[in-house]
Design a protein around this ligand. Structure first.
Ligand code: CTP
Length: 433
């Protein structure tokens, strides 16, 4: 089938001037080097959707690396070359440009890394995930600003459809299942019927279970970072993906309820911190899995220590704190000590799972007031009272802090008074410090 062509020069002309300049530089250089330059992928998709995107993918029919080197000479920026892959990246004021040589990739076996062979543009596009990501804009002198559509991506983009390119797409690369969901939730698009079926078949085939290494986790994170967790988790649940990650991974009614209250809880804390919403979602959905299961998943996905910590989030600690807080009648310093080591998302999670006004009040009291309280005296003041630095200083300062949290001292003067009294009493009880 011949590709369809659409003139979208006016669309290009509406891009910010520095971007349009870059397109012109690419056009001029390609003429000098006798190569064909094409913008491809997510950037083209987003341009047509009028969504800003600073990651540009450029495919060169010709030598991509040489092209990137010459462009670097003209424009400066930071260049990285990957000769084995025939690619280079160029960071230019605010834009990130990936330059590739038109090529064909094939997979030796499912879930393997692709092998690279030289090839042409259409084949290069055919190895991609969805039709909406196969659109191309020519930047050559003769065809500058023409959209080339080999696989019907333009129509799919207009109709709001996520359509895979071929029947092995999810077997070749199961992380594409998550990417499909990501685009569907991000743009509010529908996953086309045949593609939907291919996803179900791939999942049933066990591709999720076979995945080793961190790519699935990276895609999962990126999917949750879209911030549309309800829709996302409905997809994951419906496709049976959670079950494939772990057989007992099933969201309970309570977990769905908690997910629906995330907006509410973030609202309570907003203005005071940048919330990593996706972390909160992660805490909710992994809450019912056992430590062993989480450990097994973390090993399968070969997670870094940081990622492990995010997945292995300290549910036990939060439940222990919840118990203590629900007893009520705690002094402010006790509330402070219980909550001090929890991060913002953990505090929010605590509120989310508690469904209790008493706990909410205490957490907000900590978050809005107690955590900001600091003592005004320092070790110097204790030295001035005639003591030499030692373990005693820490003890004294923490006692002052406790008194301040509990409202027993309010100013620097009162803190000094408190210290004097405390040291006097302590001295009374002990022969020496
Ligand atoms: N791609 C693919 N299969 C993957 C990952 C990427 O086929 N598992 C292809 C897609 O066609 C995509 C291109 O590689 O357009 C570039 O990938 P990436 O930069 O991750 O994708 P974007 O589409 O730009 O996604 P995002 O907007 O989330 O960055």
């Amino acid at each position: 089938v011949d590709p369809k062509y659409y003139n979208i020069q006016s669309c290009l002309a509406q891009t910010p001037p520095e971007l349009f300049d870059l397109f012109c530089q690419i056009r001029d250089l390609s003429e000098t080097l006798h190569v064909e330059p094409y913008l491809v992928g997510g950037f083209v998709r987003d341009l047509l959707l009028k969504r800003p995107n600073k990651d540009l993918d450029l495919v060169i029919e010709g030598d991509g690396i040489e092209f990137a080197r010459k462009l670097h000479q003209v424009l400066g920026g930071k260049l990285d070359v990957h000769p084995n892959f025939g690619t280079a990246t160029l960071d230019l004021n605010g834009f990130h440009l990936d330059v590739a040589t038109a090529r064909v990739e094939y997979y030796e076996y499912p879930a393997a890394l692709p092998q690279v062979k030289p090839g042409r543009l259409k084949q290069d596009l055919y190895r991609r995930d969805f039709t909406i990501n196969t659109l191309v804009i020519s930047l050559s002198k003769e065809k500058f600003g023409w959209l080339i559509d080999f696989f019907g991506g333009n129509e799919d983009l207009k109709k709001g459809i996520i359509r895979g390119l071929h029947s092995f797409t999810f077997i070749d690369d199961p992380t594409r299942i998550l990417r499909g969901i990501k685009f569907a939730v991000r743009f509010g698009f529908t996953i086309e019927e045949e593609t939907d079926l291919l996803i179900r078949q791939a999942v049933e085939h066990g591709v999720i279970k076979e995945l080793k290494g961190p790519r699935f986790w990276e895609e999962l994170k990126s999917l949750l970072m879209e911030g549309k967790e309800l829709k996302t988790l409905q997809y994951l649940d419906d496709y049976g993906i959670l079950r494939e990650i772990a057989p007992d991974f099933k969201l309970t009614d309570q977990q769905w309820k908690n997910l629906k209250r995330i907006d509410w809880v973030i609202q309570l804390f907003k203005d005071q911190c940048i919330v990593q919403r996706w972390l909160l979602v992660l805490m909710v959905i992994f809450a019912n899995l056992s430590k062993e299961t989480i450990e097994r998943i973390a090993n399968d996905w070969n997670l870094s220590l940081k990622d492990r910590a995010q997945l292995n989030f300290i549910h036990e600690e939060v439940y222990r704190v919840k118990e203590k807080l629900s007893e009520g009648k705690l002094r402010p310093s006790q509330i402070y000590n219980l909550l001090e080591s929890l991060g913002s998302e953990e505090l929010m999670y605590l509120v989310l799972i508690s469904d209790s006004q008493l706990i909410l009040d205490q957490v907000l009291e900590f978050y809005n007031r107690l955590r900001r309280i600091d003592v005004e005296v320092s070790g110097k003041d204790i030295i001035n009272l005639g003591f030499s630095p030692g373990p005693l200083f820490k003890e004294v300062i923490s006692k002052v802090k406790e008194a301040k949290l509990n409202g027993k001292v309010k100013s620097r003067e009162e803190e000094l008074e408190f210290i004097k009294e405390y040291l006097k009493e302590r001295k009374g009880g002990q022969s020496e410090f």
